[in-house]
Design a protein around this ligand. Structure first.
Ligand code: HEM
Ligand SMILES: CC(C)=CCC/C(C)=C/CC/C(C)=C/COP(=O)(O)OP(=O)(O)O
Length: 302
């Protein structure tokens, strides 16, 4: 009896470990914020163009979630050699053997992405195209082509990060307008401070695996100067968006308050460029973007 009970509990534990590994390989924290940007633009577009059916809403949210998750899982397969070598990533499911053989992560990512395309097609062709654009941009242009070759990898490959926001708008309206393009561009402008702050903290890690993130290939002051410049541009852009849409005061106040915080923190990191301060800026970057998009949703609701 004991042996049987032990083997059942071991099987259950192994199953749980496997399920969690296939969840972790999709980088769920990033998927949550990526999907939130899509949800926010769906709410804003719905307030302007009229709401969509519950089925379309659920299909759209499911599609963008599966697409981002799938793209991340494929990226983990592509970067499995880097992940095994970097301190920050070596405990991920592929390097630590929880997904073995590694190709299973590729199949899992492609399965998720194809599932997203099927759902995306039921929404509309433009939204469907956004899913393709995100996958090609992140996996093709960033992960496969630029990440290991260019210090401008996140600038040229970063547009994929704005596509979930664009997807949300097109899922509701079936077309691309200036406002969603500006909102998507805001996400793209957010990416440098999001990743360069992290790259300053993990500078040695990136240098060891020869990933030419800007803070690795240029001296610290220049990287910090670029980072601060992109933050100022991002904040100005977030306020420009206020004038491009029919927003209320909630979004404007959010953009101003979070923007001043972002500039203040980035200036502090510029003046005191310790790894700990850079890490603080990295951890601030996601709540910043979340609050901005929450402000957009609040104004659409109110
Ligand atoms: C080319 C574009 C991007 C690059 C290179 C990038 C890179 C990274 C890296 C290296 C991490 C740390 C992962 C870890 O160590 O666990 C990270 C975390 C994260 N990323 Fe990005 N990212 C990009 C775009 C985005 C976008 C567009 C979003 C959402 C709109 C996003 C949301 C997040 C979130 C929420 C986290 C977790 C943050 C935390 O732990 O506090 N990322 N990203
Ligand atoms: C519509 C659609 C599919 C859009 C794609 C959006 C998307 C998945 C953007 C990537 C976000 C992200 C967490 C990148 C990690 O970069 P990295 O691989 O350099 O991070 P790492 O070093 O932690 O692996």
């Amino acid at each position: 009896m004991n042996i049987e009970t032990t083997s059942i509990s071991k099987t259950r534990a192994d199953f749980r470990t496997t399920v969690l590994a296939y969840l972790e390989v999709t980088k769920p924290r990033s998927v949550v914020l990526l999907v939130f940007t899509a949800l926010a633009t769906m709410v804003v577009a719905g307030a302007i163009n009229g709401p969509i059916s519950t089925f379309q809403f659920v299909a759209a949210i499911a599609a963008v979630t599966l697409a981002c998750a799938g793209a991340n899982a494929v990226s983990c397969y592509i970067d499995r050699d880097l992940d095994a070598s970097m301190i920050r990533t070596r405990k991920r499911p592929i390097p630590d053997g929880r997904i073995n053989p590694p190709v299973r992560a590729l199949y899992w990512g492609l399965f998720l992405f194809v599932s997203s395309l099927i759902l995306g097609w039921t929404v509309n062709p433009i939204a469907f195209a956004c899913l393709w654009g995100g996958m090609i941009g992140y996996v093709g242009i960033y992960s496969l082509w630029l990440k290991r070759r260019s210090s401008w990898n996140i600038i040229l490959g970063g547009f994929s990060g704005g596509l979930p926001a664009l997807f949300g708008w097109t899922a509701v309206t079936g077309k691309v307008d200036l406002l969603p393009l500006l909102i998507a561009a805001l996400v793209v402008l957010w990416i440098p401070n999001h990743i360069w702050s992290l790259a300053i903290f993990y500078r040695d890690d990136y240098a060891r695996v020869k990933v030419p993130m800007l803070p690795v290939v240029c001296e610290a002051k220049k990287a910090l100067h670029c980072l601060l410049s992109t933050v100022i541009l991002m904040v100005l852009f977030s306020i420009l968006i206020y004038f491009a849409g029919s927003w209320g005061t909630v979004y404007l106040m959010t953009a101003i308050l979070t923007g001043l915080s972002a500039i203040g923190l980035s200036t502090y990191v510029y003046l005191r460029p310790t790894p700990q301060n850079a890490w603080l800026l990295f951890k601030f970057s996601s709540p910043y973007l979340f609050l901005l998009f929450l402000g957009m949703m609040a104004d659409a609701w109110l």
